[in-house]
Design a binder for this molecule. Structure first.
Ligand code: GDP
Length: 290
């Protein structure tokens, strides 16, 4: 079946349909309730959950299961298709020269993700470089340098320079030999005006092919505002969800994807440079419903 690791109450509601070839209204209602419960506890935004359950309900009651398909498999297929529709396929990332800008709040995992992505591109045969423009967070320079050393990828930063725009410009020049440039930026604890002004300036200087929003999987309803502000400022073309090795399910990413009209590019699954995966809808959706 398309979904594994479903939560136990959703699974038992679905299992009650075993052997049935048609669904009655009570069956659909029970399943919808379980799905809503799972998604809300995975931090998916309320209006998204409501829209999604309305589409699932409409299809589950309106569509006849194809011949030979049980009611259970039919409804499971609908749930999966509707969620894939919402979350989308992985962000398209051509394996060619490009500049990627990372944005996000402090602690979301930008620096770690920059090094991880550089490692990922290097394994694909490209020559990446990380440019560290975070002059705000003490330790960001050393952390990025050490992680890039571990990832065996080029690194540029300047601990004596406090103008991130200048570092970005100098960094692109200094790493001319690289083909993939990953520009890490400073975050703040909250969405402050100076953060947005700074990232707008960096964006216009480096002219990235895509800007990715880095989000902690534990982010709940705050995802919407962050996604909107960064999207308005620099245009978000994809999302990186970090810390999925923890207990959070990452439902905030769906909100961000929906808000920015983008998709998920990468998942962060640990603290070391290799702990990165390309997004794939099946595993992520199973986790949301789990
Ligand atoms: P930044 O302020 O956005 O640059 O965030 P950092 O890259 O410094 O990450 C903040 C903290 O989260 C650090 O302690 C990282 O080691 C940790 N971190 C980042 N990504 C992951 C992840 O995927 N899993 C886990 N467990 N920790 C992560």
């Amino acid at each position: 079946m398309v979904l594994d690791n479903l939560g136990s109450s959703l699974r038992s509601s679905l299992d009650k349909l075993q052997g049935k070839s048609r669904l009655d209204e009570d069956d659909v209602e029970e399943i919808i309730k379980e799905i809503q419960r799972s998604l809300l506890s995975a931090d998916v935004e309320v209006t998204l959950v409501m829209d999604l359950s309305a589409s699932i309900e409409e299809r589950a009651t309106g569509e006849e299961p194809p011949a030979g398909t049980s009611a259970r498999d039919h409804v499971l297929r609908i749930v999966y298709e509707e969620l894939v529709d919402l979350v989308g396929e992985s962000t398209d990332l051509p394996l060619e020269s490009q500049t990627i800008l990372l944005a996000g709040l402090q602690g979301s995992g930008k620096t770690t993700s920059a090094a991880k992505m550089a490692w990922w591109f290097s394994k694909k045969g490209l020559r990446p470089a990380v440019i560290q423009t975070d002059t705000f967070r003490p330790g960001a320079y050393d952390q990025a340098e050490q992680m890039c050393e571990r990832a065996e990828v080029s690194f540029y930063g300047d601990p004596d320079e406090d103008d991130p725009v200048r570092i970005a410009r100098d960094g692109l020049e200094a790493t001319e030999d690289a083909d993939v440039h990953i520009v890490d930026t400073a975050g703040r604890h909250a969405l402050e005006d100076d953060l947005i002004a700074e990232i707008e300036e960096i964006e216009s200087t480096v002219d990235p092919d895509r800007s990715l929003l880095v989000l902690d999987a534990a982010i709940g309803q705050g995802a919407e505002e962050q996604a909107r502000e960064f999207d308005d400022a620099i245009g978000i073309g994809g999302v990186v969800v970090t810390k999925l090795d923890g207990t959070a399910k990452g439902g905030g990413a769906l909100t961000a994807v929906n808000e920015t009209g983008s998709s998920i590019a990468f998942l962060g699954t640990g603290e070391t440079v290799q702990d990165i995966e390309r997004f794939e809808p099946n595993g992520f959706i199973s986790r949301l419903l789990g």
